[in-house]
Design a protein around this ligand. Sequence first.
Ligand SMILES: [Zn+2]
Length: 157
Amino acid sequence: MKNITFEVCSLEEEKDNADRAQIETSFFKQHNIRFSASAGNVEEEYLNNQQKYQSFKDNLESRWLVEASDFIERLIKFFHENDNKIFKVKICNYAALGFYDSAKNCVFINLNCAPLDPVRIAKHELIHIMVQPFIDEYKIQHEQKEKIVNALLEVLA
Ligand SMILES: [Zn+2]
């Protein structure tokens, strides 16, 4: 059973991501989070970059199959999560190099993430999804949250 899917963000999602890059600029800078923003016309950039999105997606997906094929299984087991859970990986061109939407079991990987490893970023963001209920419940702050996620990444990756 395939418990992870890879796809390119829709134009609507990219508009949201480009907005996010604008809105969260000061947060990104404050926390030393690398990010990318639109030069102005998201729709035009989206259409012009289709090849780039697609090849990044294909490359990440095939690398995932080779290097991280058992990661989701390990993640599910560690958190006693339902093994039918399906995670989505979406490729974007804006906002942080990696981010997540825990309500949708979805992580976003920015195609501008080099030289950082997109496989590792995806694992990091997937862990974020799993720990988010605890983060919310205990009102854990950003820096502490990242430490928790990175500690789990060392264990699970
Ligand atoms: Zn993080």
